[in-house]
Design a protein around this ligand. Structure first.
Ligand SMILES: O=C(O)CCC(=O)C(=O)O
Ligand SMILES: [Fe+2]
Length: 220
């Protein structure tokens, strides 16, 4: 089986803009950044996972601190496990992006973890940081949206906030199929506004390895 070529699945021409935006403002949004056919395959897989009851209620906090809190986040998730061709293609693209970012910005990104997410109507995710400065090993957050023909009446945008003034909104992103967002996990507060329609995505994080000696550092 031939390995997928990342260039077939992502907008190579947008990469310089992505790197520049990460450095100058800490976040990037690209429309049609990931190949449309691949997005449809991922969307179909997420639907299948839902039908087969393979989605779990999402929680907050890692390891022992993990808990479900519906008043904070209301999505259901499934961690990517390379089970399908579409997942493997997406993970290959993300590995390529990791190498591209490391070569240009020396962030020392070490691995990528990601989950499908489905927000049912009425669900949201309150303003948060994906990682806390100093403690964290999530360095760059990513989101790929999987919703064809999303309109403003559907709500469910992601709002980004100014790291130096977290009350001030700096961007609002419609979760349209193929749109890809990445941002510095320790810097950019963000929020998922209440959605009116089922909202599908893949949220992922590039991590740095912070394991020390024999003490392992779990991803989740
Ligand atoms: O789906 C989104 O727009 C963002 C999701 C998010 O912030 C998260 O899963 O941490
Ligand atoms: Fe987040």
């Amino acid at each position: 089986m031939s390995r997928p070529d990342p260039a077939d699945y992502l907008d190579m021409a947008a990469l310089p803009r992505l790197l520049d935006a990460l450095v100058t403002q800490g976040w990037f949004v690209g429309e049609r950044f990931i190949d449309t056919a691949l997005c449809h395959s991922l969307q179909a897989e997420l639907q299948r996972l839902k039908t087969q009851s393979h989605l779990d209620e999402a929680g907050i906090g890692r390891g022992q601190a993990h808990r479900i809190q519906r008043d904070v986040r209301g999505d259901a998730i499934h961690w990517l496990d390379r089970e399908s061709r579409a997942q493997r293609q997406y993970l290959t693209v993300m590995t390529f992006l990791q190498q591209t970012i490391n070569r240009a910005l020396y962030l020392g990104l070490f691995e990528f973890e990601a989950h499908f997410a489905l927000y049912p109507p009425g669900a949201f995710y309150k303003k948060h940081l994906d990682s806390f400065r100093g403690r964290s090993n999530r360095i760059v957050s990513t989101v790929l949206y999987l919703n064809p023909a999303w309109t403003t009446t559907h709500g469910g945008e992601m709002a980004l906030f100014d790291p130096d003034d977290p009350a001030s909104e700096i961007a609002r992103i419609r979760p349209e199929l193929g749109t890809f967002v990445c941002f510095l996990a320790e810097r950019i507060p963000h929020e998922v506004l209440p959605t009116q329609a089922p909202r599908a995505s893949i949220a992922g994080w590039f991590r740095r390895n912070t394991s020390l000696g024999s003490s392992i550092d779990p991803a989740r």
